[in-house]
Design a protein around this ligand. Structure first.
Ligand SMILES: [Zn+2]
Length: 369
């Protein structure tokens, strides 16, 4: 059986299935982020009940706390966190390069930095990124990439593209866990020439899947979507395409329309922790006084544990009193919202209605981007 199969296309949008050793994933798929081996505030059982098919773990954080060897010795990340469905681990590249102040130097061998936990100097190389992810035993491992800031010079961007390809070629030859898939990541920002070059070079290395990295990091949003449109089309059609780091409703629908199959973001759970709910009309800030006596659920059409039992007024009270249940209920709801939006998109692709599904969703979204 093929690892990945596109079942239906609707324009450039695709509905497919990705097969891993821990089960099949229907795409397009949103992947909740469990940075430190937990989707914040939620029990893995709840995450599964919400409809999550795969979650993310984080190489950088788990390497330093509690340590990937410790996790390996306790049976791997799935056993450690009691999640038996697929896990994708990112390579740590994004974390290292987004914590810019901690970087000591970047050279062709790897990147030296001070870790955020105790400030000790550490070094990531493609070989170490492979080894950590093998220890974690994830189902999909990502290549170490150099993620430049959105505002770097063309020369620095070109350097990052070259290094990202060289590192990917090295990681390709490094050992991995049994059955573990490995995805390459293209860089190049929104520079047409560099993005094209990176996308083609990474595709050439023939990974199990390909990712669009280094976008959604503060560049112009319209330019980001435009790049995604043509960059996705340059990626091999027979392999899964992963857009790293998008989770708002508009962004999800845009990348799906471009032919992206997988995406992740901390947005649903992070938004929950700021006291806001994602709804089809936009973001509800529960701290707003207008919800003080509101008996309605967050979203009357949502079937999540928060919406089926609790009112906006109650959740607002919990948030205002910093009660942990408030964060949990908003996390449950926000994840359910994003997972439902994505599975609705999949259904629409399968029935050839994606364009109208997207238009209707964006028309309802009137309060926020
Ligand atoms: Zn809900």
């Amino acid at each position: 059986m093929k690892t990945f199969e596109v079942q239906t296309t609707d324009g450039a949008a695709r509905a497919g299935v990705l097969r891993t050793t821990r089960g099949e994933i229907e795409t397009p798929v949103f992947m909740p982020v469990g940075t430190k081996a937990t989707v914040k505030t939620l029990d893995p059982h709840e995450v599964e009940q919400l409809g999550a098919q795969i979650i993310l773990g984080n190489t950088y954080h788990l390497h330093f706390r509690p340590g990937d060897e410790l996790i390996r010795d306790l049976g791997g990340l799935h056993a450690f966190m009691a999640w038996d469905r697929p896990i994708l681990t990112d390579s740590g590249g994004f974390q290292v390069f987004s914590l810019r102040d901690t970087i000591a130097r970047v050279d062709d061998d790897g990147v030296a930095f001070r870790n955020v936990y105790d400030g000790r100097e550490a070094r990531f190389t493609p070989e170490l990124a492979a080894q950590i992810q093998a220890n974690l035993g994830s189902d999909i491992a990502m290549c170490l990439d150099q993620v430049p800031a959105a505002d770097v010079s063309a020369r620095q961007l070109a350097d990052a593209v070259r290094r990202t390809t060289e590192w990917a070629a090295r990681q390709r030859n490094a050992p991995r866990a049994d059955g573990q898939l490995r995805f390459g990541i293209a860089q190049g920002g929104i520079d047409p020439e560099l993005r094209r070059r990176s996308t083609e070079e990474i595709a050439e290395l023939d990974f199990d899947g390909n990712a669009i990295g280094g976008l959604a990091i503060g560049e112009d949003r319209a330019a980001m979507f435009e790049v995604t449109d043509w960059a996705a089309a340059l990626m091999p059609a027979e392999k899964p395409r992963y857009f790293m780091g998008i989770g708002d409703a508009e962004g999800i629908l845009e990348v799906i329309e471009a032919g992206v199959d997988m995406f992740d973001c901390v947005l649903p759970t992070r938004t929950a922790r700021t006291g806001s709910a994602l709804t089809p009309e936009g973001r509800l800030n529960l701290r707003n006084a207008r919800f003080a006596r509101d008996p309605e659920p967050l979203d009357p059409n949502c079937d999540c544990p928060a919406c089926t039992r609790f009112s906006r007024a109650y959740i607002r009270h919990l948030i205002n009193q910093n009660e942990l249940l408030g964060l949990r209920l908003l996390s449950l709801h926000n994840l359910r919202f994003v997972l439902e939006l994505t599975s609705g998109a999949r259904a629409a692709i399968r029935s050839g209605d994606f364009a109208s599904y997207k238009r209707a969703a964006l028309e309802r979204l009137t309060w926020d981007s």
